[in-house]
Design a protein around this ligand. Structure first.
Ligand SMILES: Nc1ncnc2c1ncn2[C@@H]1O[C@H](COP(=O)(O)OP(=O)(O)O)[C@@H](O)[C@H]1O
Ligand SMILES: NC(=O)c1ccc[n+]([C@@H]2O[C@H](COP(=O)(O)O)[C@@H](O)[C@H]2O)c1
Length: 409
């Protein structure tokens, strides 16, 4: 029986500490650290904000990480041997399917990479508040030290962005409060894991004294994904789908494309990211024009509003990024004074910079996505489209938002 446990969470939340404690007590337990898959500094892009973009998925060699996890899935005993992990003697001889094998995958961006989403039998996510995170981070030495302002300007905004995306992905995640003591966090996870020991498949593992089988609250068992299912990983590295880059921040869209001009049988599967950070720019109180009064009309600009910043959308993939709707179905938007080929491309909300709480909601922004630089049909590979900030109807109503520091997501 194989079981993959994800220990995800904010930087310095205590992921490594918890993982190290677990591997000491769990039988036949291997670990994959996401940090080991960071690309070299010269391969990390520098954003418009001047910071190296360490906290985005493209800073990591995720294909290599998937391959490593696949290696464990295919032969956990061999994997354990090659990683210096002792396996219990009975495991050496018995049918591997009748033994417990655990893999802990630990990292800050575990649940934002589609090929890995189905891999976990159990997902944990550790959070700590902004001030504590900043404090812990200030004492940490990474291979490349943090330049001044990186935490506030890049690390934390990216954490909020990815956490929001993760929440929207509806993965079944158990949230852990990283302010709890190290021992409390360990006990909480260990009591979940001990459920494994009571599974009929784990009969042989029951004899192992190092699993402390504490009683567990009702219902926890059902929160485990079926560990008898085989861990699913893509057979090959994911195809290079059209990927779009917005304002220097990239994330794979889940779009399936075709060669330019060709038929695209999967067009209706094109699912665009509905939420995208357009910039980590801070909306300072003095930048917000405050006026009272409400204005609920959908396309009427309220007295107090802030405008979404300019966003550039670039197709970084190798296939076309095409609208789902044919041209005759595109809608004329009088507010923007142009046609829209897709209803909802992005959604800008205003979040409190520290708590990440949504304080004001922008409406869904639709786009027509035509090449600014190349051909006027969709976005070809390497082409981009720009939506400048002064295009109307990209505002967020901040009439009822108190003065403060916010991020537009
Ligand atoms: N539960 C906890 N309470 C207080 N400090 C903790 C806790 N867990 C970890 N730490 C401390 O926080 C720092 C970061 O921990 P680490 O496990 O390396 O975090 P991560 O792997 O999530 O980046 C370390 O100094 C560690 O000792
Ligand atoms: N390991 C490295 O090479 C390296 C370099 C620069 C920054 N980082 C930082 O590592 C963090 C993720 O790791 P932790 O979750 O262990 O803190 C990211 O926030 C990133 O900024 C790592």
């Amino acid at each position: 029986m194989k079981c993959v446990i994800g220990i995800g969470g904010v930087t310095n939340g205590g992921k490594t500490t918890l993982t190290n404690r677990l591997i000491k007590s769990l039988p036949n337990c291997c670990v994959v650290h996401q940090d080991d898959f960071f690309k070299k500094p010269d391969q990390i892009e520098v954003g418009e904000d001047g910071f190296r973009q360490w906290d985005v998925i493209t800073a990591l060699d995720m294909e290599s990480m998937v391959n490593t996890i696949r290696g464990w899935t295919e032969n956990p005993v061999k994997f354990a041997h090659s990683h210096g992990v002792n396996v219990s003697p009975s495991t050496e001889v018995a049918d591997p399917e009748q033994q417990i094998h655990i893999l802990i995958v630990e990292g800050f961006l575990l649940y934002n990479y589609k090929p890995l989403m189905d891999v976990y039998n159990k997902c944990y996510y550790i959070s700590i508040p902004y001030e504590e995170c900043k404090r812990r981070r200030s004492t940490r030495q990474y291979t490349v030290p943090d330049p001044p302002g990186l935490f506030e300007g890049h690390v934390w905004p990216m954490y909020l962005k990815h956490r929001n995306e993760m929440v929207e992905s509806c993965l079944d995640i158990a949230y852990l409060d990283g302010l709890k003591s190290k021992e409390d966090l360990y006990s909480q996870v260990e009591s979940d894991v001990s459920v494994l020991g009571s599974s009929p498949l784990a009969a042989t593992a029951r004899a192992q004294p190092e699993i402390n089988r504490t009683s567990h609250p009702r219902g926890i068992r059902s929160r485990w994904r079926n560990t008898q299912e085989r861990v699913r990983l893509p057979k090959e590295a994911p195809a290079r789908l059209p990927t779009v880059l917005v304002s220097g921040l990239s994330r794979s869209s889940q779009a399936v494309g075709s060669r330019r001009g060709g038929r695209n049988p999967a067009r209706d599967d094109v699912s665009l990211p509905v939420r995208r950070q357009v910039s980590a720019s801070r909306v300072r109180s003095e930048e917000i024009t405050h006026g009272r009064g409400t204005n609920q009309a959908r396309h009427e600009k309220p007295e107090a509003s802030t405008q979404a910043p300019t966003s550039g959308v670039k197709n970084q993939g190798t296939a076309d990024f095409l609208p789902v709707k044919p041209r005759h179905q595109w809608e004329w938007h009088s507010c923007h004074q142009h046609y829209h080929s897709m209803v909802a491309f992005s959604n800008y909300d205003l979040l409190d910079v520290i708590t990440g709480r949504k304080v004001a909601e922008g409406h869904k922004a639709s786009f027509c996505l035509e090449d600014t630089s190349c051909d006027p049909r969709g976005l070809g590979p390497g082409c981009y489209d720009t939506y400048i900030a002064n295009i109307d109807c990209q505002w967020i109503d901040i009439t009822d938002v108190p003065m403060g520091n916010y991020i537009i997501f």
